[in-house]
Design a protein around this ligand. Structure first.
Ligand code: SF4
Length: 294
């Protein structure tokens, strides 16, 4: 049964000059924001503001490649033992097998997976991809999660700033070649950030979209040479909503504003009632995935 309690949102992200909440990325470097009310622009870096946050670049060492056969055996074992298991059991298994070598990727649509991991996989680290194109509400949620969840949040950024990418590829690459834009701003930075880890987990579910119907709870990520874990794969939206209500989990304020799935601002539209939760992502294109979960 779905609870009618309101989800807990991250605190509003106010303009430091006029106090209004109409804050949007300025479209240049990550961390530059513009107030839609007073039009001022300022720099606000995620790193350092949230006490638990740190920048992943240069911090961790790469895992040895000879681990692959051991990890592939764990994929087989996990696929067999975790068939039908709930998120907590999956995360406890991941904690037992990987400990601090487990990364939890979060889009900051909500803090469900981070909250579950804090209890069942307490040595894991959360990875947040700061593409430079996020909604202000997503940064606000990431900061609130970093300040409130008992796991370290690693903020991962692309090699190029948005301005640097515009200089190299021209402005609005997301309009002309979204696959390249995702490759540069999501896939490559995540792969680099995950190098020190043996396994990573994400919050994707089978009921997200048709393209995710066959997602397995544990599989081999051949692209990165590591184990991929999807603890929420069997949960429905109703079960997610119940967990949020029962555990007072942080939710991105945009979810209540018609955005059930939240990615970069230029590629995410509000979804009309009755439409699929991911139908607002790259809405006018055949593209349905950014490539992270391929
Ligand atoms: S979602 Fe859009 S803006 Fe974000 S990386 Fe992909 S194409 Fe670029």
């Amino acid at each position: 049964m779905t609870s009618s309690r309101q989800p807990r949102h991250a605190p509003p992200f106010h303009c430091p000059f006029c106090g209004e909440e109409d804050i949007r990325p300025h479209g240049e470097d990550p961390g530059q924001w513009r107030c839609g009310s007073c039009t001022r622009v300022w720099k606000l870096s995620f790193v350092g503001l949230a006490p638990a946050a740190s920048d992943v670049a240069g911090v961790l060492m790469a895992a040895p490649a000879n681990e692959h056969s051991r990890l592939r055996a764990l994929v087989e074992q996990g696929s067999r033992d975790l068939d039908g298991a709930g998120p907590q059991e999956v995360l406890r298994w991941a904690d037992h097998q990987f400990g601090a070598a487990l990364a939890i990727a979060s889009s900051m649509t909500d803090a469900v997976l981070a909250h579950l991991a804090a209890h069942s996989a307490p040595k894991a680290k959360i990875v947040f991809l700061d593409t430079g194109y996020h909604f202000a509400e997503t940064i606000q949620t990431a900061r609130a999660v970093a300040a409130s969840v008992a796991l370290e949040v690693l903020v991962v950024r692309p090699e190029r700033t948005v301005a640097g990418q515009d200089e190299e590829h021209g402005p609005r690459l997301y309009d002309r070649d979204p696959d390249l834009c995702c490759a540069l701003r999501k896939v490559a930075p995540l792969s680099r950030a995950l190098q020190p880890f043996s396994a990573w987990a994400a919050g994707i579910r089978r009921d997200d979209s048709d393209s995710r119907r066959d997602t397995r709870v544990v599989h081999w990520d051949g692209e990165r040479g590591m184990v991929k874990i999807n603890p929420l794969v069997h949960w429905t939206q109703s079960e997610v909503d119940d967990y949020i209500a029962e555990n007072d989990v942080l939710v991105n304020p945009l979810v209540s504003d018609g955005y059930p799935s939240i990615g970069c601002a230029p590629c995410t539209l509000r979804v009309a009632p009755g439409q699929g939760p991911r139908s607002g992502r790259w809405a006018d294109l055949a593209k349905t995935e950014c490539g992270l979960h391929a």
